[in-house]
Design a protein around this ligand. Structure first.
Ligand SMILES: NC(=O)c1ccc[n+]([C@@H]2O[C@H](COP(=O)([O-])OP(=O)(O)OC[C@H]3O[C@@H](n4cnc5c(N)ncnc54)[C@H](OP(=O)(O)O)[C@@H]3O)[C@@H](O)[C@H]2O)c1
Length: 254
């Protein structure tokens, strides 16, 4: 199987690093010369990678094509490319809907997917919508596949996949606060990494008991955890968080 990537940015390179760590059997991966730095790095690192500046050449040589450009670029370039109907197209483009993608690519063999950068660690959820055998075969080697039949339902996952930066900012804020209190950067960084890794693992192990119960169980009455939760709720921290999910959802739905 030959894979092609139209757009070699953040998410394309994360998928490619994941593929080379995984057991997925591939012949070649054809990537676009844009972004030039990422393309060069991947080309130097993996002998199965070949770089092309011409997007059509990538399509012609590949059995499966990942669309990994931004929506603005996708809207500009897809209409002028020829995808014959035997090729499988996997679009990672957030805000171009399936109907429009089919029109632009003049192909029916197309699905959308939401991999996230931690795919390079062969970790995390990957949404595929609608179901697609080839996409499932590839992504199930790279993470935990969740197939969503109805495209509209998948919009909700675009919202929840947008919490990454906000989540890491909690790490960053916690680390910076520890530093302000006089701790060394390395100590603060290690502590934050260990704290949130343990919390994530614990939430995963205990997912069956439900997150609501975890919230309750991690508070001692009148204790410190209770104080932080109460203070954040008072300033409507979680309402604002949910509102942001809603706002992204509106943007995706448009
Ligand atoms: N990052 C994520 O976590 C993530 C997750 C899921 C889905 N997505 C989606 O995946 C898409 C790409 O996101 P990204 O974060 O990887 O963005 P990105 O890092 O900006 O990558 C986009 C790439 O497209 C290249 N490009 C621009 N014009 C091109 C053209 N005419 N032909 C071929 N390539 C061209 C850019 O090259 P230049 O730098 O040279 O302009 C850039 O390397 C977006 O639609 C996004 O919604 C992203």
């Amino acid at each position: 199987m030959n894979l092609g990537f139209i757009g070699t940015g953040k998410i394309a390179s994360s998928i490619i690093y994941g593929i080379f760590k995984s057991k997925l059997k591939i012949n070649k991966i054809y990537i676009s010369s844009r972004n030039v730095n990422i393309a060069k790095k991947l080309n130097n690192k993996f002998f199965k990678i070949k770089v092309f500046s011409n997007n059509q050449e990538i399509i012609d040589r590949s059995n499966v094509i990942f669309l990994s450009v931004t929506p603005t670029v996708g809207n500009k370039i897809l209409n002028d490319l020829n995808f014959n109907n035997k090729k499988i197209i996997i679009s990672l483009i957030s805000t171009i809907k399936l109907k429009k993608l089919k029109k632009l690519t003049k192909s029916k063999n197309i699905c959308k997917a939401i991999p996230l950068p931690f795919i390079e660690n062969l970790d995390g959820p990957i949404i595929i919508s609608p179901k697609n055998k080839t996409a499932k075969r590839i992504f199930s080697k790279l993470g935990h596949v969740i197939e969503i039949k109805d495209e509209k339902m998948s919009y909700s996952f675009w919202s929840t996949s947008s919490v990454m930066a906000a989540y890491y900012e909690i790490y960053n804020s916690t680390k910076n606060w520890l530093k302000q209190k006089g701790l060394k950067d390395r100590v603060a960084t290690d502590y934050v990494a260990e704290l949130f890794l343990a919390l994530s693992k614990d939430a995963f192990v205990k997912k069956k008991i439900g997150y609501k119960k975890l919230v309750v169980e991690s508070q001692t009455p009148k204790g410190l955890n209770m104080q932080v939760l109460k203070e954040l709720k008072k300033v409507r921290f979680y309402d604002k968080f949910k509102q942001s999910l809603e706002n992204v959802h509106k943007r995706i739905k448009k």
